[in-house]
Design a protein around this ligand. Structure first.
Ligand code: ZN
Length: 283
């Protein structure tokens, strides 16, 4: 496993960690000033902005773009709405390419309103991702399927485990031609008894396109917006990172913390300093 001490250039900040409170330019400068090597912006950070200009600003600051967050939901109530979702995601994929992002993070989406058909949602996900794959390959941006913890299955992600995500990769990209992989987020995967085996499976085709860290607090007051800082919860982050890197992942370690009641209340520089210290000490 890589040593992170003195190597903040191997670490990145997902802008969600800072609560989307400041303009993207300000966040880029703060992340670069603190010595991080990368940043993962969200689409909401770029609303109304010239994406090429933001890309230049990130490059000029010396940061790489570890990922672009994130797709809108693929499952939809009608075929027309499903096609519209694919086209919306296609536009975001092109922005990811403009940013020079290593991957475009795909969050599957849950059940459409009124539906109880999880299998249909998963079929729509497969069709939608399949429709984007060729363009992703041409643009050189990996579509990174991010399985979310099963507690989100209804509202956010019909893709719940690393095993399911790798199955989808194998179905759509059986020859491992590139353009498709997974985003491994410790918050979503830590509980899964199959995780070591599935990470070994991911190694065969170098499927890991992103690695996200935070922690699972006990108790967790809100499964969406009460993620913990690394070291404050129960996830064996070094154990998972060791397995992720043994599976061939050589990208950056990205901090992604949604924390309405704690970290989003703090000053940007304070949060970044604590992230830097914890990455070295407990990750
Ligand atoms: Zn994540």
């Amino acid at each position: 496993m890589r040593e992170l001490a003195g190597r903040l250039d191997l670490c990145a900040i997902n802008t969600a960690t800072l609560g989307h409170r400041e303009a993207i330019g300000t966040v880029v400068e703060a992340v670069a000033r603190r010595g991080f090597g990368g940043i993962a912006p969200w689409r909401r950070d770029l609303e109304g902005q010239d994406v090429a200009a933001v890309a230049r600003r990130i490059r000029d600051a010396g940061l790489t773009v570890t990922g672009y967050c994130r797709s809108s939901a693929f499952p939809a109530a009608t075929p027309e709405a499903a096609r519209a979702a694919v086209e919306d995601n296609r536009r975001a994929l092109r922005d990811a390419a403009t940013l020079g992002a290593r991957c475009f993070v795909l969050v599957a989406g849950g059940l459409p309103p009124g539906s109880r058909d999880l299998a249909a949602a998963r079929r729509q996900l497969q069709d939608g991702v399949g429709a984007l794959l060729e363009e992703a390959r041409q643009l050189g941006v990996t579509l990174a399927l991010e399985p979310l913890h099963p507690v989100y299955a209804a509202e956010r992600s019909c893709l719940c485990t690393l095993g399911e995500a790798l199955d989808l990769c194998d179905t759509l990209d059986p020859e491992a031609q590139g353009g498709l992989g997974i985003a491994a987020d410790v918050y979503h995967l830590w509980w899964d008894a199959a995780l070591p085996r599935e990470l070994q499976r991911a190694a065969r085709h170098c499927r890991i396109a992103a690695f996200h860290v935070c922690d699972w607090l006990v108790p967790t007051r809100d499964v969406l917006l009460d993620r913990g800082m690394m070291g404050d919860g129960v996830i064996d982050i070094p154990g998972i990172r060791a397995a992720v890197e043994a599976a061939g992942y050589d990208g950056l370690v990205e901090v992604e913390i949604f924390s309405a009641g704690n970290w989003w209340q703090r000053a940007t520089d304070e949060t970044l300093s604590v992230c830097a210290e914890r990455l070295v000490r407990v990750c």
